[in-house]
Design a protein around this ligand. Structure first.
Ligand code: GLY
Length: 367
């Protein structure tokens, strides 16, 4: 699979391209006169390489580094976004510009948001450099920032022109980030396992955990990333603005956002993918408490998580998570659409009071 289009009612919203290396994005940039790169400072060499390579191309030189950003959940805020807007203004960026964000989900979320509000919106594209961003954050057009202690509280849904996904960037990704990103990959196959990818993903992730990411793993990994992207693209095309089906992609996220908010506040080091892994386990236990899940589901998932190196212990008591979840941006009148798991490949949404979900988990000693 080289390309996926995200289609809504027959119209192309966005494209996702797959390849081996960063340089493979260049042909997709050739059509744009003015490409401005916003890059996570950790992966700046990729941006510099693209600027140099574009200068060497016939009729090239269309790529310029606009700025690098230091990324953290605390720094995913309006100041950073306005900083990017200032750079766009200084660079005289006009409606013909394409902003290319290079980095993980924090970079793509902030740069996509900056591009969406600057001059009421310019075009943007993503080159995600983390597994998490490749399978989730950089697809589907959710962009934005954290606000007060709440994750992704301010933002818009606006689609990138394209997302370029390649395995080269994963070779140097810190092991912790790679493993954390695998939570979103597995999440996608818990939602839709039509291609039987869940078990393949667990066994590949286990091999990569033991052997490190080797060239021999890359084609299979890229195939799984493309399958996950195809699942997400299908859902986004059917429900771009999250009125129904797209909520399924939030599997584990109500719990995860509570865990992340508490962690941010207390300076506990938990990244998004790790919180999602914990959140999915809680969703499985809640599904069991509601007698919805097939027997043994949460134990199976916990075993798979351990095999892949994902965390299984929840660091905060449910009483503390409860008050944060009530303020989740998706909570309406104290109720949240919890995504529950019947079995691998079958999930459903159920509206529950936060207190009801918290009590069920507490009474079942699920946390
Ligand atoms: N990250 C979930 C979504 O894009 O809908």
């Amino acid at each position: 699979m080289d390309e996926i289009t995200i289609q809504e009612n027959g119209q192309t919203l966005s494209r996702v391209y797959f390849g081996r290396d960063v340089a493979g994005v260049l042909p997709h940039l050739a059509a744009f006169r003015n490409v401005l790169l916003v890059c996570d400072e950790e992966v700046l060499p990729y941006a510099n390489a693209l600027v140099d390579a574009s200068a060497g191309q016939p009729g090239g030189g269309n790529c310029r580094l606009l700025c690098s950003v230091r990324t953290s959940e605390a720094g995913k805020n309006m100041d950073t976004v306005l900083g990017i807007c200032c750079r766009l203004l200084e660079a005289d960026a006009d409606r013909d510009a394409l902003l290319l964000a290079i980095g993980g989900g924090i970079t793509t979320d902030m740069a996509g948001f900056a591009a969406s509000i600057y001059k009421r919106g310019i075009r943007f594209a993503f080159l995600p450099t983390t597994l998490l961003a490749q399978v989730d954050a950089a697809i589907g057009g959710k962009t934005g920032i954290n606000f007060l202690e709440y994750k992704n509280m301010i933002g818009v849904i606006r689609q990138p022109v394209f997302t370029w996904t390649c395995t080269e960037v994963l070779r140097t990704l810190p092991r912790r980030d790679f493993v954390a990103g695998s939570a979103e990959l597995l999440k996608t196959f818990l939602i839709d396992n039509a291609t039987d990818s869940y078990a393949d993903a667990v066994s590949l992730l286990a091999r990569i955990r033991q052997e490190g990411l080797q060239p021999v793993h890359e084609p299979q990994l890229l195939r799984l990333i493309a399958q996950a992207a195809a699942v997400k693209a299908g859902i986004v095309g059917r429900d771009q603005f999250e009125h129904g089906e797209r909520r399924l992609l939030n599997l584990g996220h109500t719990f995860a956002h509570a865990i992340e908010s508490l962690a941010l506040h207390r300076h506990v080091d938990i990244c998004h993918g790790e919180a999602v892994a914990m959140g999915i386990l809680l969703a499985a236990r809640l599904s069991e408490a509601l007698s919805l899940a097939e027997p043994g589901l949460s134990e199976r998932l916990a075993e798979d998580w351990k095999t892949c190196g994902l965390p299984v212990d929840i660091p905060f008591p449910i009483t503390e998570m409860r008050s944060v979840m009530t303020k989740d941006k998706k909570a309406e009148g104290g109720k949240v659409h919890f995504i529950l798991i019947r079995k691998i490949g079958a999930v459903c949404s159920r509206e529950l009071e936060v207190s009801q979900a918290a009590d069920l988990l507490a009474n079942n000693n699920a946390i």
